[in-house]
Every structure is written in structure tokens, then in C-alpha cells.
Ligand binder design. Sequence first.
Ligand code: BGC
Length: 764
Amino acid sequence: MKTSQPGPRAARSTAATQASAQPSPPSAAPPSDAVVRARAEALIARMTPEEKAGQITQYFDFLTAQDEAKRVSTEVAAGRAGSLLFVADPVEINRLQRIAVEQTRLGIPLLFGYDLIHGFRTILPVPLAMAASWDPDLVERAQAVAAAEARAVGLHWAFAPMVDIARDPRWGRMIEGAGEDPYLGAAMAAAQVRGFQGPYLGSPDRVIAGPKHFAGYGAALGGRDYDEVNLSDNELWNVYLPPFKAAVDAGAGNIMTAYMGLNGVPATGNHWLLTDVLRKAWGFAGFVVTDAGAAASLQTHGVARDLADAGVKALSAGVDMEMAPPFGEAAFKTLPGALAAGRITTPQLDDAVRRVLEAKIRLGLFEQPYVDVARASEVLADPAHRAVARQAAERSAVLLRNEGALLPLDPHALRRIAVLGPLADAARETVGPWVFQQDDSETVTVLAGIRARLGDAVRIDTTPGVSIPARQFSSIFEGPEHARAPRIAVDDDAEIERAVNYARGADVAIVVLGEAQIMIGENASRSSLDLPGRQQQLLDAVLATATPTVVLLMSARPLDLRGSAPQALMTIWYPGSQGGAAVAGLLFGDVAPGGKLPFNWPRNIGQLPLPYARLNSHQPSSAEQRYWNEPNTPLYAFGYGLSYSSFSYAKLHIDRQKITPAERMSVSVELTNTGRRVADEVAQLYIHQRYGASARPVRELKGFQRVTLAPGETRTLRFTLGPEHLRYWTASARAFVHDDSVFDVFVGGDSSASLSASFEVCKA
Ligand code: BGC
């Protein structure tokens, strides 16, 4: 948490033990840490153990489940709930808040949390897509839009960003993070925290950020969601923890624990992780919440004897708030009993309560617990929000192939096009999985975007061609919006035939393929990277017509196209509410694609895991051919992405050949747009440490810049390398170290960049 400056509210707010029923304008500056603490302590002094336990318990409120909603209202009225999740209707939020503020003994307002993963009403591209923009400023602006919409309806806290590193695309939650790299992941984590929270915790129109899932969740065995994780300390410190550290340094007010076991100890009961690392080593001052039901599930893991034991173990490990299991019993309900039995202490309980109260105080909830419902509607309808979503989708797309410069398409040269595939006109799929408040009728599908862009001048023939068979996702979130999800059911053989005829008669075929959104996200792992259903068959049949073909991939994992070679291939991810408009702009050259892959794209699933930042290990000369049957290189390298223009790098220059570990140096390179149109390039800097206490990866990203250059323009880009880039954690010292070594520097447009230089680091 950022240290805040004393502000006007500090002067007048020492006895904030009662919430005012009337909204008052939020103050312009945050109160000081000391004032916030004093206010929290004053409240704690008046609380019973039951009220304390309630204050650190969060309940799901499903309005769809009437009995459960009633139970939640009862808990709130009894002062046994400090926070709720999943209510998103401002009228209902005000109603529940009124119960907490007006009917409970101490009148402490509720904190409302929500899975604000990629937008609220305005749906942004999924987080993996936004990472592919390599544009932290854009990502910050995008999450600020999500925050503004959420705060307007009365939400205070985002269960986001998800900053888990994902190196196995079988794991569906890869979609929620920034991909495989700790440096890019850290940049995106910090940007999202800034976007959600604004300049300080409690900023108007912003929410608390809750980076998750601490830590290691992405390394689930076999990519199976929730499965155990075994990570060496080396991987943890150098790969999985850096995005969390960056989020904490950016001032994140909350951290959510992970479900799975980490090296045998569940993350939610892991004292080393939550206390030794997060609190003590990193100085995290916010509050820690469990993932849903993760405290109670310490029993399932086999480390807690019963529910009471689970509550004690979670609190003692460093958890401050329990997200109670949906429809289940809260483990923290048992804490008063544990206190009476001497299994936890009052200071332990008070620390947790204080952190939660401090968050409420910083948000100004005691002064302004309610929301203005009329204003909420205005904020949700803000066209500026849609504009940000569109720009985010444009900047996220990654062009992977463009044979014969098929793209951009010239609308004036087209008479007839075929828009094919099960995802071409699928509004619910276009917005991706983690959305609940979107307006499907407002979503611009790819087909709708193309139609709007071309008008009547070009004939468009369209059919899904095939269906995507998707089992119904059985989850706690299954609700009306999932029931409405199109099953995209068509008579395949006849429709494939129709698609082929349309393609044959067209100047160009645009085929939108991928995965239904329900196949990715939480509890949605796949043991295959193939196109689901008969989409490959559809694609092969269209390619056989010899009509120039553009494949647009709607997915958030690398798919195996089994060597199909359409002239153009662009991954558009799940591009959000304005996705179709953005895609049309890209297809017809209104904007040029500039996104780059945030992961290594494997040739097939058998190669996994395949991080670009691998070690040389033994016999690097044979590293390209370790499989008997195929190369072990990726199909597309981390950082790869084409443009409608071309770029060249030259004159790589390092200002100092030798530095001490404490010093900094400057790396410069000349980047030229050698093509004929204005376009973006993401210049990337990688390092390799040649020798030291531990072996270091062949390449590690340590800098990037997304720049826009006019045709023929040359710009000198400068990067800085300093101690924070050159250190790493080694088991030999059980600490971060700087070795005396020689480093290679590579700069270019992807992780296979060849332009290089070297320098030496020497302590003496
Ligand atoms: C997920 C979290 C999410 C929570 C609340 C859990 O199942 O793992 O990421 O924030 O549910 O919806």
C-alpha cells in the first residue's frame, strides 16, 4: 500500500465509528496512515469477537438463489459479514449497505467485491490479449474504465489483476494473465493495479486491486485447474513471484490466495508464502483474502482436521479475510471459539480486522456508503468507455502470417466476400469468459463489424459452417447469461458445403475459428490444442478452394492448426464489446496490427512446456532437434507479431563496456520503419548472463517499447539496464545475487532477435 499524505479528511475524522446515512462528497486527498489506523483501532476496541470474525468474512450473494440471498441478508443484519461478492445491481447494493449501516450495532459499511477481470458493462479484450498489446499505458486506461463502471454501481474491489504466470496453455486460466514472462507480467500487473486504484488507494471512481492467485497457480500439473503445483524456489522467485512483487510495489490494497497446494502446503495455509514473503520480506500492508472457499478446503487438501482447524490454520498463515464457500459454511465463523480455546490470539484477530477496516476507511465508505443509481446508468453508457475498449482490441491483435501482403484488404477492390466460421457472428463468444454485466445486443461481432465497415458496396455471404460442441460449464457462475450462450448448432455437412460454395464465389474468405469462451477460463482446461469440433475440416475445405483466405483466431491459448497455411492468420483473442469494429479496422487497414505474442506458440501439445526463456543445459547445439520426430522450436516465438509495415534495427550501442553491479548503463538502437505506412513496432530487449552461480536463461526480456513510426522514419530508442535487471535469485545463496559475469544484450522485434552486443559486470 502506498504511504499516503495527510489530507483534509485527516483533520476531521478521528472518531469514525458511525457511518453517516447521508452521502457526503468524497475528499480530494487521502488521509494519513496514522489517521486511518487510529480510526480502525477505535472501532476494534468496541467490537466483540463475533463482530470481528464477521468483519473478516465475505459471502457470495447470488440473487438467483433466493434462500442463499436471504441467508446473506440475515448475516449482514446480525453484523456477521464484512464483505459481499457478486452483487452488481446498485439498488441491491444500496439495500444491503443500508442494512449494514443502519441496522447493525456498529454501522460498519460492507465492502463489495467483484470479478472485474476484463470490464464490467464495457467489455475489454481478455487480459492475455491486453498483454499482447505490450502497452502498459493502454492497459492502465482500460482497467480505469472497468474501475469507473464498477465503482459507479457501488463496487469497491476488483478480484484482479490475475498475475499468474502461465507456461502451459492447457490451463484455461492462462486467458486471465499476461502469459509466460515475468518481466512482461510484472509490467502488466503494475499497470493494472494503477488502472484499478488510481493515484492512491481510495481515489474517486476507482476500486481496490486484488492481484491473484498468490502464488504458483499457473504451474498446475498437466495444466489441470486446481491441481497441485511443485515449483523449485528458483522458479518461484525468478518466474512466478515477480508479477506479484510488482503489484505490491504498485500499491495493491489486496492479495488473493491460490487454491492449490504449493510444494505440499496449500497456498491458503502457507505461512512462509503469506507471512514470511508477502508481509515480512515485501512489506505488504493491505489485506489478504482467500480464494472462494479456500480456507474451508484446507480440510480437503488434508491439512486441517475440521472446519475450526481450517479457520485457525488460514488466519495463522496470514489470511485476513475468508471468501466463504458459496453455499457452504465459513471457516472464520469458528474463530471466536478458537479465541476462547486459546488457539488464536486477540492481536492476531485484530490485525486481520484492522486491515479490512483500513481498506473501508481509505475508500471513504464511512462518509459515503451509498451510490447514486442515476449516475451509475450514465457512467455505464459512456461512449468514451467503448472507445477505449475498441482501441484495446485494435492494439491487442497479433498478425502471425501475411503471405503476399493479403492484408490489409482494399475494400474498393472487393465485390464479394465470404465471412465464415462458428465465431464470426457469436456475440457471447466475442466478449470472452469473465463477464456478467455485458449487453450482448451491444456487442459488435466480427461479421457486424465488417458489415458496418463495408456498407452495401460489397456482397457478404456468411455461414457458421460448423458448430462448436461445448459441454455446459457446470460452475457456481452458471446463470442466465451462460444459458443464453449460443451453442452454435448447425447441420455440419450441409453447412460446410455451403461455406465452400461461398468461399469459391468470393474474392476473399474470412474464417473466424477458435474456442467457445466456455472452453477457457476457470475450470476449463483442455488436453488438446486442436480446433474443437469440425473446424479444421471446415478450414481445410475452404483452403482447398484456393480463394485467398484470412483466418481470424478467437482464442486465448495457442491452437494447433496442424500446419494449415492460410495466406493470413491473425489472433484476435476474445476482443470484447467493440471487438468486431476493431477487427474490421484491422482487416481493411484503418489501423495496422502491432501486437506481439506474450507466449511461445508451440507446434503441438507434445512440446509443452516450451518457454522461450529456457536454459542451455547440455549440448545446446542439438537443442533444435531434441525430439526424434520434429524440431523443438516454437511455431511462433515469444514476442513475435507482424505489421503492415516493416522495421529494421541497427547501430546497437552500449554506453559502457564494464559496470559494477550497482551501476546502470544505457543501451540504444536505431529503429527504422522501412515500409510504406505508419505502423507500430514493439522493440524488445533481452539479456543473457553467460556464467555465474546458477545457469541463466538463453534469453530474458528486460525492456520493451511500443512506438509508432511514419514510413521512412528512424528513431533512436534508449533502454536502461540496472541492478534490478541483472540480479536473480539463486538457491546457492537463497537470495537475490549479482554475479560477476559477461552479459549479452539482444534487441529486436521478437525473442529471436539477432542484433547483439555484450558488456561485463564486475564488483571490483
Ligand atoms: C476464482 C477466483 C475468483 C473467485 C470469485 C474463484 O473460483 O478462482 O479467481 O475471484 O472464484 O469469483
